[in-house]
Design a binder for this molecule. Sequence first.
Ligand code: FES
Length: 251
Amino acid sequence: TPTRRTVDVTDVRELTPGVVRFTFRDEFIAANTEPGQFVNLYSHNPQHLMPRPFGVSEVDGDEVSLIFAVVGYGTEEFAALTAGDHVDVLGPLGKPFNIRTDADYLLVGGGLGIPPLLEAAQALSERADCHTTAVLGYRAEHFADVYAAKYADEVHSIDESEGNVLTLLERLWPGLQERGRELIILSCGPTPMMKAVAEWAAKRGVDAQLCMEQRMGCGYGTCVACTVDTRDGREKVCEAGPVFTAHQLGW
Ligand code: FES
């Protein structure tokens, strides 16, 4: 079971204006994180009791990286840390993507939903004999192609000004079908994007697993700040998710 502890920050760098890659050292989280899971980071400021949840984007040895946008006091505080500083962390938390070895994968990410998919690309490249295609949609803040290219077999990205991930999916679909392997979609991004992706997938008989970006409080089931409606009633995203199947969500 994860327990909250203090770890060393090893690297903090800005990838694009306002988007930060944050790396810390923790053997337990590095060894136990499955793609789609997240960690809580805690502020040093005692007035800010609630942690911030971040999907893990890469594990390298005993180092764990997160990528996030600087959007308020929590993320500002973490972004201002540097190598040698300490931070309190808890994780890994939540239910991961369900990864099989006998299928090909489409990783469909939008904006700051992309980081958990980078970790999925890494896990797939290490564990499974399958072809992975990353399909990434951005709103100017391109930050992930280089990380995705490290682990995915193919990376396709599009700026919002030119279209969206569905434009890319349509373009790629004939080639994907030709591969003749079962295809599974792992997606993370804004809810309207994931809904559209789930709909696109359903029409083509492709299973989709969706990693919800949700506001959270505690991150482990006690505050009820994170509910989502599912076929089985209201569920807590931090415990029952953040990964759900399109079927579970009734999409
Ligand atoms: Fe507290 Fe989910 S974040 S219950």
